[in-house]
Design a protein around this ligand. Structure first.
Ligand code: HEC
Ligand code: HEC
Length: 359
């Protein structure tokens, strides 16, 4: 009896052993499969990113969103005073360089920060996160390789409807030092997620200035005024609410004069307090308001030297001549998708031709 019991027990332990062994084997197998799956996946992803990088020569990085280096770490920098002055100039440009500026009178009273929020550090607030990593770079508008200094002066001459700063001035050195500091942890040729301006989906109709006016009067007038004139601060050294059109606003050569730049900027940031993840405008409202504001009068600039290669104009550049058959009106207000599709098609054909020429 005892023997039989032992035999049964032995057999049962045997069965258990085999079962445990099988269980362990399954775990190992699942582990190995999972690891190799992710390994292969990651390898594929880097390969895809690399081939993309080759195509645009910049790497677009997936989330998390870019965060600037904290200003608290600035004491570590040998040029900390210059960096701090740069930040001050970007936040309070008008106090130094506006119509009654302390240093010079070379700009329209706006601050860089009016359009580059939190001194150029806010996610989707037209920040400077990708400037240090991508400049000097070729830009179609000038048809040349631009330094950070040149790009900053573009905004002085267009967005601030003013004069270029001397690139050897302390002010320019400070602005550049600050912008470089903000992006100092971004690897070369990388464009972190969240830098620049939010990209809106195209509408399948043209943007409508009349509809935009209605929305503007509901959502923007309280700060920017019925005539887009903005509100000066009590001592008139800067704007509490910056102007959106009229003689003190950006000129027609400015980035915001392109509908996609204006609409993307306000979608993620206006009315003041809105953010990219808590927007207060629908995409349609953003496009229509952009159409309304950019139909109002504003300063002009001689743009005859821009776009030496007209094929390089973006879909929403509102001044001809163009290489395509779409009207100036459509380039200004849309619908943009057909224009954008045509640009993509031309690019593809060009790449093919380049490849053939190489072979
Ligand atoms: C009226 C709005 C406005 C003002 C004011 C303004 N900018 Fe800009 N800035 C823009 C827009 C729009 C762009 C283009 C962004 C884009 O196309 O993604 C831009 C682009 C830039 C860029 C290039 C960013 C990049 O990633 O390529 C730099 C640098 C810059 N601005 C610096 C300045 C400085 C410095 C000032 C103040 C002297 C200033 N800006 C004032 C609207 C403005
Ligand atoms: C509660 C007040 C307020 C409201 C409402 C508001 N804004 Fe603004 N807006 C601001 C302030 C303040 C700034 C400057 C931000 C800074 O300097 O930090 C600004 C900046 C801007 C700028 C960039 C600077 C310029 O003057 O070109 C644009 C464009 C803009 N707002 C458009 C709009 C639009 C369009 C609406 C309506 C959808 C709107 N804003 C509603 C307060 C407001």
């Amino acid at each position: 009896m005892q023997n039989i019991n032992n035999q049964i027990l032995d057999r049962m332990t045997g069965v258990y052993r085999v079962m445990i062994l099988l269980l362990v084997l399954t775990f190992v197998l699942v582990g190995v499969l999972t690891l190799s799956y992710f390994g292969v996946f990651a390898a594929l992803q880097t390969a895809a990113q690399k081939s993309k990088a080759k195509r645009n020569s910049y790497v677009e990085v997936k989330p998390p969103l870019w965060k600037p280096i904290s200003m608290e770490a600035v004491w570590n920098e040998p040029n900390k005073d210059l960096i701090k002055y740069g930040k001050e100039l970007i936040s309070n440009t008008s106090v130094y360089l506006g119509p009654s500026g302390k240093v010079a009178h070379t700009s329209n009273g706006m601050n860089c920060q009016n359009c580059h929020l939190d001194a150029g550090s806010r996610a989707w607030g037209n920040n400077y996160g990708a400037v240090a990593s991508t400049y000097p770079k070729f830009r179609e508008r000038s048809g040349s390789v631009e330094t950070i200094e040149k790009r900053v002066n573009d905004c002085f001459e267009r967005s601030l409807n003013g004069k270029a700063l001397d690139s050897s001035s302390r002010e320019m050195k400070a602005i550049v030092a600050y912008i470089k500091y903000l992006g100092s942890y971004v690897p070369k040729d990388t464009i972190p997620k969240g830098t620049g301006i939010w990209k809106l989906k195209f509408m399948n109709r043209a943007a409508d200035p009349a509809g935009g006016q209605v929305a503007y009067e509901q959502k923007c007038v309280s700060c920017h005024g019925r005539n887009g004139e903005g509100v000066l601060n009590p001592d008139k050294t800067a704007y509490t609410y910056p102007p959106l059109w009229g003689e003190h606003s950006y000129n027609q050569g400015a980035g915001l004069f392109r509908l996609s730049r204006f609409a993307g900027y306000i979608k993620a940031n206006m009315p003041f307090g809105a953010t990219y993840d808590k927007p207060q405008l629908s995409d349609e409202e953003a496009w229509d308001i952009a159409a309304y504001v950019n139909s109002r009068p504003r300063p002009t600039k001689d743009l005859s030297k821009d776009w030496p290669n007209i094929a390089g104009k973006p879909f929403d550049h509102p001044f001809g001549p163009y290489v395509d058959e779409f009207s100036e009106e459509q380039h200004k207000f849309g619908p943009f998708k057909p224009i954008d599709d045509a640009i993509k098609k031309r690019k593809k054909a060009q790449q093919k031709a380049n490849k053939l020429a190489k072979n």
